[in-house]
Write a protein that binds this ligand. Structure first.
Ligand code: IMP
Ligand code: MG
Length: 183
């Protein structure tokens, strides 16, 4: 597994330190809302964000609901088409609650734009995005992301939940996959 990695971008230690900071920011921002009796739901976009959300949720020192949604975008394995299919919907309601979407990586942003629209129609009090990574995209302002782990280069990234053909998700660090593996 490790020999397929061209370069380690973020080590396990860098990831956990960054998540600690993100969790502290979420705690700070949402504490007044929780104190006012409002509920917060953190939802995971399966499967890539599962490991990220497990760590992020534990870095937030507030009561949270955790829920899961599985989406797949039509198109080739390495490129998103923007046509998103919900393979598994949330189990609970988000109406009248604050929603934090935990996503693994923002590439074109098409997946998140679709999700935001879909979820906004369900009447949440607010929606924010927490993304572990954002690729070097042309117009980042079009994909609002309140909590960002790291900016990363526009290459094929694996590890810490991210896969190529369902492999490498369990790498404890984030790295660039050697191009000869996916070409
Ligand atoms: P977007 O709709 O183009 O923003 O695509 C986002 C989704 O594509 C992410 O949630 C990932 O599942 C997947 N993705 C994009 N880039 C990578 C990558 O470099 N490695 C693994 N998955 C990726
Ligand atoms: Mg994903």
């Amino acid at each position: 597994m490790h020999t397929d990695i061209q370069e380690i971008l973020f080590t396990q230690e860098q990831i956990s330190e960054r998540i600690r900071q993100m969790g502290a920011a979420i705690t700070r921002d949402y504490a007044p809302r929780v104190a006012a009796g409002e509920d917060v739901v953190m939802m995971c976009v399966l499967r890539g964000a599962a490991i990220f959300m497990a760590d992020l949720a534990r870095a937030v020192e507030l009561p949270l609901e955790m829920d899961y949604m599985a989406v797949s975008s039509y198109g080739s394995a390495a490129k998103s088409s923007g046509v998103v299919r919900i393979a598994k919907d949330l189990s609970g309601s988000i109406q009248g609650k604050h929603l934090i979407i935990a996503e693994d990586i923002i590439d074109s942003g098409l997946t998140l734009s679709y999700l935001r629209k879909n979820l906004a129609s369900r009447g949440p009090l607010s929606i924010e995005v927490a993304a572990m990574l954002r690729k070097d995209v042309a117009r980042p302002e079009e994909v609002p992301c309140r909590y960002l782990g790291f900016d990363c280069p526009n290459e094929f990234i694996v590890g810490y939940g991210l896969d190529f053909a369902e492999r490498y998700r369990n790498l404890p660090y984030i790295g660039v996959l050697k191009p000869e593996i996916y070409q």
